[in-house]
Design a binder for this molecule. Structure first.
Ligand code: BGC
Length: 737
């Protein structure tokens, strides 16, 4: 065993070959104990402190060992310089952890997470996260504040763009895929060094904000919390996420950032999480606004005792923990435990052995052609064909003239969406560029902006109408600016902003065959368009390969296969609207005295799971058979799916269940399995799913997870609103729960 001083020198060894020395290979926990024994209180609190950006004050803190992590510092040179202060100049040489919001790509920007969820393709999303991690690592980043795994049932909430939509099962699959992609493989308890530590956020139920207004109060039942909002977090933790971030909101009177129930009971005691929790931006200080703390010191005490280990920019911990320890309100042991968790993650990431990044890799890693290729594939697989009347799509490449109209048709920046990290607008292929490239120089492609995204000017309408009158078909690209979704971007309406819908109507009035392309970060209410325009393609904010992906789909080089990860309402008044709702005592029917609006059908405009293809799929022959009995019991559900059209294509086959009667009411449908299958024209395949008691479980009135005997209905189909239906019985004797 090396003496402590030599062990510390091992960290320094990574500085250069001259100092080569063996890395400390004692078990991490032992190393932490040694280190903790040598740390002053100030150094310990430094580890619990995170600072944003770098200035003289930040450098001073780094040099004095009074900061454990920076966010928003990127670049090999910048991070190495700062790291050098911590590793070479501090007493204990503890390296810094650099965090950044790498949400859907670093330099190669992928579609926004909501769009990625529309691929229903966890392996592909894992690959996208892996590419994001490699690019960000090359710029000195160790830690991403992602995946955002908040379930969102209210499209007014701008942050719906950052998550995987409304469903806990799909959300959980996406959460674990992203964690795996960001973190790579963990070997002997060590993370892959050239990846990013993941941070599942925002714990918890942030998406339940009343009225969809960001940061707003959340008041949900314990059952809804556990059955709807928590599963993606649990999946992220089970997949090995190293960190979590606390949410800004309160839940039923307790701010998440001060909730011992969430941060300790659920996360650590129930799920066995041993990483660390960072607060959201200034969220500890916001406990004062919530009114759960009277003074900044009380806020710090509440957060630390709840289980928040690191204070993101709020300065509450560095300013108030020393006094709290001195007065005996916080024990050294509590501080030590939080420091231990942070050091554990730093050691698992190998920062002590390799604190620096090689600046050469920064030159090679970002925006490789292979990365762009994956971004293109993710983007085209995330597009959802909502309508295709008269098979107007795909367009023939032999089309002699095409008008490309709308404020988003030739737009670089908006296609990147919110949180675009190091993405650059001028690297985006716009839709106009993509279509022109695909058609070649001979085609007559006319562009007219028509109007702005917002505002009421109709000055460009005439030009757009004139363009539409000269061509064989018009493509209208309308939607939202990137800044209209994401954080602090809640909307009170889901209509197209500005005069864009009027522009669509004006072009429609010319009689030109037209396609509407929607670029947006949330579901929009597009009733008029859905009724009148023959073809609608939802493209979300598709990222850097936008134009190529859209051209691939519009001209049929790629058969669309995305499915909605979220319900599209007819109007904002239907919100919250989600497929896995309860039945009520008076489910909607023709009878007046049932649960519905008098001025709208009770169904959504487009249901969860919905998406068309250029081919058609036929479902038949649903079979449900009971397998093993007892502990290992399971049910096999099979159905035949046939491609009945003339093109090859992928279908996402979805399995839903309902527990028809139970001791607590159950949703009318719940997604439990899905599978993507490629089918050639005419090809038929049997799709087989296995259900286990795990899929049938819920929280009973005593909040125990149980399976209850009785009848279950099963659907296998192309969306939450369609499919073959069958049932199976679980008899009392089967119930081993
Ligand atoms: C957001 C987080 C983000 C953090 C750091 C906060 O305002 O809510 O999602 O990770 O800022 O940028």
């Amino acid at each position: 065993m090396l003496p402590p001083i030599l062990r510390v020198a091992c960290a320094v060894a990574a500085l250069g070959p001259a100092l080569a020395c063996l890395a400390d290979d004692r078990p991490i926990e032992e190393q932490i104990t040694t280190l903790l024994g040598r740390m002053t209180l100030e150094e310990k609190i430094g580890q619990l402190t995170q600072v944003s950006g770098v200035d003289d004050e930040g450098r001073k803190l780094a040099r004095e060992g009074r900061v454990g992590s920076f966010l928003n510092v990127t670049g090999a040179t910048e991070t190495n310089e700062l790291q050098k202060l911590a590793v070479e100049e501090t007493r204990l040489h503890i390296p810094l952890l650099f965090g950044l919001d790498v949400i859907h790509g670093f330099r190669t920007i992928f579609p926004i997470p909501l769009a990625e969820a529309a691929t229903w393709d966890p392996e592909l999303i894992e690959m996208a996260a892996q590419i994001a991690a490699i690019e960000a690592w090359s710029a000195g980043i160790h830690w991403t504040f992602a995946p955002m795994v908040d379930i969102a049932r209210d499209a007014r909430w701008g942050r719906i763009a950052e998550g995987s939509g409304e469903d806990p099962y799909l959300g959980a699959r996406m959460a674990e895929a992203r964690v795996r992609g960001f973190q790579g493989t963990t070997t002997d308890g060590r993370y892959q060094p050239e990846r990013l530590i993941a941070c599942a956020k925002h714990f918890a139920a942030y998406g339940g904000a009343e009225g969809g207004r960001d940061y707003n109060t959340v008041d949900i039942s314990g059952r809804t919390l556990r059955e709807v909002y928590l599963p993606p977090f649990e999946a992220a933790v089970r997949a090995g996420a190293g960190t979590l971030m606390s949410a800004f909101n309160e839940i039923g009177g307790v701010p998440a950032t001060g909730s011992r129930f969430l941060m300790t009971q659920v996360l650590r005691d129930e799920w066995g999480f041993d990483g660390f929790v960072v607060s959201d931006w200034n969220a500890i200080r916001e406990l004062l606004n919530h009114g759960s703390a009277a003074t900044p010191a009380e806020a710090g005490e509440q957060a630390l005792l709840a289980g928040i280990d690191m204070d993101m920019v709020g300065k509450i911990y560095p300013e108030h923990l020393p006094g709290l320890v001195e007065s005996g309100r916080i024990s050294q042991a509590v501080i030590d435990e939080s420091v231990r968790r942070i050091l554990r993650i730093k050691m698992r990431r190998g920062l002590f052995e390799k604190p620096y990044v090689d600046s050469q890799v920064e030159k090679d890693a970002p925006l490789r052609p292979s990365h762009r290729q994956v971004a293109r594939d993710v983007a085209r697989r995330s597009l959802v064909l909502l309508k295709n009347q008269g098979k107007i799509l795909p367009l023939h490449k032999s089309i002699s003239s095409l008008a490309v109209i709308g404020p988003l048709a030739d737009n670089w920046a908006e296609a990147l969406g919110s949180w675009a990290a190091a993405g650059k607008a001028d690297e985006v292929i716009t839709i106009l560029e993509g279509l022109r490239k695909s058609l070649g120089p001979g085609a007559n492609v006319i562009h007219a902006r028509g109007c702005e995204i917002e505002g009421d000017s109709r000055e460009g309408f005439d030009e757009a109408i004139a363009a539409a009158k000269q061509v064989d078909a018009a493509v209208l690209v309308v939607g939202e600016a990137a800044g209209m979704s994401g954080e602090a971007a809640s909307r009170s309406t889901l209509d197209l902003p500005g005069v864009q819908e009027e522009l669509v109507k004006a072009v429609h009035a010319t009689g030109v065959p037209m396609i509407v392309i929607l670029m947006n970060g949330r579901p929009l209410s597009i009733r008029w368009i859905a009724e009148h325009v023959p073809a609608i393609l939802e493209i979300w904010q598709p990222g850097v390969e936008c134009g190529h992906a859209v051209a691939d789909v519009l001209f049929g080089d790629f058969n669309p296969c995305g499915k909605l990860p979220v319900t599209f309402p007819r109007s904002v008044g239907q919100v919250p609207i989600y497929y896995n709702h309860k039945n009520t005592g008076r489910p909607p029917s023709a009878d007046k005295w049932t649960s519905k609006y008098i001025d709208l059908p009770s169904t959504p405009l487009f249901p969860f799971g919905f998406g068309l293809s250029y081919t058609t799929f036929e479902y038949s022959n649903l079979q449900i058979s009971a397998g093993n009995e007892g502990e290992q019991r399971e049910w096999t559900v099979t159905a035949d799916v046939k491609n009945t059209g003339e093109r090859g294509g992928d279908e996402v086959v979805q399995l839903y269940i309902r527990d028809d009667a139970a001791s607590v009411t159950r949703p009318v449908k719940e997604l439990k399995r899905f599978r993507r299958i490629p089918l050639r024209p005419g090809e038929s395949r049997e799709v087989r799913f296995t259900l286990t008691p795990e899929h049938l479980m819920f929280y009973n009135q005593r909040m125990e997870r149980v399976v209850e005997p009785g009848r279950f209905t099963v659907w296998v189909g192309p969306s939450s609103a369609d499919g073959l239906q069958g049932t199976f019985e679980l008899t009392t004797t089967d119930n081993g729960s």
